[in-house]
Design a binder for this molecule. Structure first.
Ligand code: GLU
Length: 424
């Protein structure tokens, strides 16, 4: 295990620079000293591992794997596992830090963690992905566990990946330990409602933001960038609740229909072809054009940094609801604010996933399973109350929703540090 060094604030718009800049803003608002700032800025524990894979062809290739526990003061580290060719330790550090604030904002008894491997999962067979997952899991075994660090799916991973992690961990321990991961398949202790939880949470906070402005959800137009686990389900839930989804995109391109897309038919097209591109129920739109559409609500639900100094100024939506982690850079954020766009930040907007992860972990620890309705109601309550806390602080202190959300997440974490005291 390597020792983490304090991440320095770099000038570019990397996720880590964005995350560190946000932390500095929150720490300044809270008036914390430099010692507390450094502690909050520095990951508690990190592991870097080599992940060799014997390909189906017999050839061996090597990937780099990471697991970063940013903070474990409020409970076990919690956060996803990402498979993407651009994964590096700094990105994982940023994502782990965001998990800490996110868990604090929705008041879960967790710290923040994240893992990643620099692999493009689309280029490998299921058997290869299983071997990579099992090798990575056994390399980071000393760090994870139901009481220490609990993984979940993220970009490029899914319920099946979590089943392999759970199985590898359990076989090595000698008995079945479902609570070591969340986002598992239902057959091995997953939770009802986990698959759609992030998207349901996005719609809950959007509805809460619209309600404050006295705008009914049924009267708004929505554009969504990303049609994967988050954006795809969000499109369906928005449409089910009566909003007009007028544009969606994925990494290959996008589709728009000003009268509203038939989301159910679009889902069938995506299942058949693997992309929203070429859907006959609308006209093509590029990813950059989608960001600049004249809609009420824009949901960036794909990768980091898409709303930056070159694109944020083109946004015409009144609300940006961040489905992805870190879709807006610091410069992008300033441009959105200057243009009067209300941003519901990632750490609040996409927290529904980790909320139902928590419900899954609680159910696994109790070996007692809740109904879908119980989960939906508990999720709705927690998201609405987190939104209300953030919005009240933003109004009280005259700050943005992002700053208010971070202040709440950072304050809850720092309070845990202070009350526990410094050892030795
Ligand atoms: N990967 C998701 C996120 O970024 C879920 C994390 C979890 O459920 O632990 O919030």
């Amino acid at each position: 295990m390597t020792t983490a060094t304090t991440a320095s604030v770099t000038a570019d718009a990397s996720p880590l620079a964005t995350a560190q800049g946000q932390l500095t803003t929150a720490v300044t608002h809270l008036g914390y000293d430099d010692g507390m700032h450094q502690m909050l800025a520095t990951p508690r524990r990190e592991t870097h591992v080599a992940v060799p894979l014997r390909r189906d062809s017999g050839e061996t290739v090597l990937f780099h794997g990471f697991r970063v526990q940013h903070n474990v003061s409020r409970g076990p580290g919690k956060g996803g596992l990402r498979y993407h060719p651009a994964v590096d330790v700094d990105e994982v550090r940023a994502l782990a830090m965001w998990m800490t604030w996110k868990c604090g904002i929705v008041d879960l008894p967790y710290g923040g963690a994240k893992g990643g491997i620099d692999i493009d999962p689309r280029e490998y067979s299921q058997a290869e992905l299983e071997r990579v997952t099992r090798r990575y899991t056994s390399e980071i075994m000393p760090m994870i566990g139901p009481d220490t660090d609990v993984m979940a799916p993220d970009m490029g991973t899914d319920a099946q990946t979590m089943a392999w992690v759970m199985d590898t961990y359990s076989v090595n321990r000698g008995y079945t330990i479902p609570a070591v991961v969340t986002g598992k398949p239902l057959a091995v202790g997953g939770s009802l409602g986990r698959e759609t939880a992030t998207s349901a949470g996005i719609v809950h906070v959007t509805a809460a933001a619209l309600k404050e402005a006295e705008v009914p959800l049924t009267e708004v137009t929505v554009a969504i960038q990303g049609f994967g686990k988050v954006g795809g389900h969000a499109a369906s839930i928005f449409a089910d609740r009566g909003a007009r989804v007028v544009a969606v995109s994925d990494q290959y391109g996008g589709v728009r229909a000003d009268d509203g897309l038939d989301v159910a038919r679009l889902q069938q097209h995506v299942e058949a072809t693997g992309s929203v591109q070429g859907f006959d129920g609308g006209d093509p739109v590029s990813n950059d054009e989608l960001l600049a559409l004249d809609v009420d609500v824009l949901v960036p639900a794909a990768v980091e940094g898409v709303l930056d100094e070159s694109t944020a100024g083109t946004v015409r939506a009144r609300w940006v609801v961040e489905g992805a982690n870190g879709p807006t850079t610091a410069k992008g954020d300033r441009l959105l604010a200057a243009n009067g766009v209300t941003v519901v930040p990632d750490v609040l907007a996409n927290a529904g996933g980790v909320v139902v992860s928590y419900f899954e972990w609680v159910q696994a620890n109790q070996t007692y399973w809740w109904s879908e309705q119980e989960i939906a109601e508990k999720l709705a309550r927690r998201m609405s109350s987190a939104y209300a806390d953030v919005s009240a602080l933003a109004r009280r202190d005259g700050i943005s929703l992002r700053e208010a959300a971070l202040v709440i997440g950072v304050r809850r974490t720092a309070e845990a540090h202070e009350i526990r005291g410094l050892y030795p």
